[in-house]
Design a binder for this molecule. Structure first.
Ligand SMILES: Cc1cc2nc3c(=O)[nH]c(=O)nc-3n(C[C@H](O)[C@H](O)[C@H](O)COP(=O)(O)OP(=O)(O)OC[C@H]3O[C@@H](n4cnc5c(N)ncnc54)[C@H](O)[C@@H]3O)c2cc1C
Length: 473
């Protein structure tokens, strides 16, 4: 006996047709299940770039999701509008008894879902939100005194201690697929009908959807065992590039965590620890939604950042005169991706060398990163800025030259994104300002003409940062 005769599954950041908590639950509880995705104008209208790569990524991914659902006997309706209005209206049109969705932990999403739940309840329909996006959510991993953790390592230990095989099991779909209802329409609006245009995803060879996630995973799984050794080299680019797929749910977190948990070796362990960082920051955002705007350590909101517009512009454009920072920022601008080590270096440089508020950098990354995720971006920015929970202590300030020499010793990565330095030798690539004018001429890079001189002196900037933090402690 089914609980509901007809239900609706609302897809959001979970664009796959397998191991999907909301779809699985809806299929178990209902005789007929419709599926919908909404291009939510409350989100889309905030995007400045009309060729936003994320919108195109979603567009291709839902196209593939629809094809997969059609194959299973259903299909995906696609709507455009304010989700908080579209969903209750569609639910009524279809005559469903319940709407199912996977839980989202961002403050705006929580508010939207509450509004949808209220509107549905007023019309006599149920709203069910399920855990899907993470292995452990909200208050599933708490301290002994039942408080949220604010330090990563004990959180990770408690997370691992709590984990059982059941937490990694997929939610069944295929065996219940006969309950999928064929929708009245599955028309996918063209990108330009949504107010957007194609981006450069194809040129960048970014693969979308479940198939793209599958390919990325297959490729990465072969080098998982070496992750602990290779992950810090931007030139080798040996990380998974699954961030965007985890962000939009084109891959299941349970599937990849299961693999990492059972795989032998340190590489898999270190990679699983990164997935736990992701859950840690989701938990932090859920329990402390104010971090979206404020320092986790509230007293550090008082720091008097200098916020020089010319410095910020130079950082955004990759023109600071520090090759590793500039290469990092150009990678972000040109590809929508930045290697994790470089994210740390670029973020530290903005805050602790240029004395610009971390939120400005956080917002810039939010606009550009294909894998942008509020919880992870905010958590990591606050880590780099020393304003967050379990953050880098304020007196540990990355030196962009030593970081560069350590993680890109030959300058292979730098030369890829800062081609004007291509002729520099290994000993000069991290510090082009040390070249004599005659040597600059010989390498075809005159500082101030072909490549900027450093916009700040690191040692002086460092001393200023220490003073700024000291007065706010
Ligand atoms: C300043 C800054 C901003 C960041 N912004 C984001 C962001 O917006 N979205 C995002 O997903 N990650 C962010 N990260 C974390 C990390 O840099 C990226 O997850 C990673 O580089 C993505 O590449 P990958 O998928 O190849 O990662 P892999 O190294 O293969 O890691 C696998 C997955 O683990 C998770 N992960 C890895 N490192 C972290 C971390 N430090 N914190 C949280 N999750 C992690 C991601 O989901 C990632 O896809 C940020 C880091 C910094 C320092």
């Amino acid at each position: 006996m089914n609980l509901y005769s007809t239900s609706l599954v609302w897809f959001r950041r979970d664009l796959r047709s397998y191991d999907h908590a909301a779809l699985s639950r809806a299929l178990q509880d209902s005789a007929r299940v419709y599926c919908v995705f909404v291009f939510d104008i409350d989100i889309l209208d905030q995007l400045k770039d009309r060729a936003d790569r994320r919108v195109e990524f979603i567009w291709h991914s839902i196209k593939e999701l629809n094809a997969a659902l059609v194959q299973m006997g259903g299909g995906l309706m696609v709507r455009q509008g304010r989700a908080c209005e579209v969903i209750p209206r569609l639910a009524q049109e279809l005559g469903v008894s319940a709407v199912f969705a996977n839980r989202d932990y961002e403050p705006q999403a929580i508010a939207r879902d509450a509004a949808v739940a209220d509107a549905l309840a007023a019309a006599g329909m149920a709203f069910h939100a399920l855990k899907d996006h993470v292995i452990f959510e909200r208050d599933e991993v708490m301290t002994g005194s039942n408080r949220p953790y604010s330090i990563y390592t004990p959180y990770k230990n408690a997370w691992l201690k709590r984990l059982t095989d059941a937490d990694l099991q997929p939610h069944p779909i295929a065996e219940l697929a006969s309950r999928l209802a064929s929708p009245p329409d599955t028309l996918l609006p063209a990108l330009h009908d949504l107010g957007f245009q194609a981006s450069d995803l194809a040129r960048l060879n970014v693969k979308t959807g479940m198939s793209g996630a599958h390919d990325a995973w297959e490729q990465f799984a072969q080098q998982l065992s070496a992750y602990d050794v290779l992950r810090d080299s931007p030139a080798l680019d040996a990380t998974s590039h699954l961030g965007v797929h985890l962000r939009f749910g084109t891959i299941s977190i349970r599937a990849v965590a299961r693999h990492a948990y059972y795989a032998p070796g340190k590489g898999a362990q270190v990679w699983l620890a990164e997935l736990i960082w992701r859950e840690f920051f989701h938990m932090i955002l859920f329990h402390h939604p104010r971090v979206a705007q404020h320092a986790f350590r509230t007293e550090l909101d008082a720091i008097a950042w200098e916020d020089r517009a010319d410095y910020f512009q130079a950082w955004c454009e990759g023109r600071t005169g520090y090759p590793i920072v500039d290469a990092a920022m150009r990678q972000l601008n040109q590809t929508g991706f930045m290697h994790n080590r470089l994210r740390m270096i670029a973020a530290s440089f903005l805050v602790k060398d240029l004395h610009i508020h971390w939120l400005k950098g956080e917002r810039y990354f939010a606009a550009k990163l294909l894998d942008y995720d509020l919880a992870s971006n905010n958590g990591n920015w606050q880590w780099a800025a020393s304003t967050g929970c379990d953050a880098q202590p304020y007196f540990r300030i990355f030196n962009p030259v030593t970081q560069s020499a350590r993680f890109d010793p030959e300058g292979v990565f730098i030369k890829r994104f800062v081609p004007e330095l291509a002729e520099l030798e290994r000993r000069d690539i991290h510090t082009p300002w040390n070249l004599l004018p005659i040597e600059q001429q010989a390498c075809g890079v005159v500082l101030g003409r072909d490549y900027p001189a450093p916009i700040v002196d690191h040692e002086a900037a460092r001393a200023k940062t220490l003073a700024m933090f000291k007065t706010s402690q």
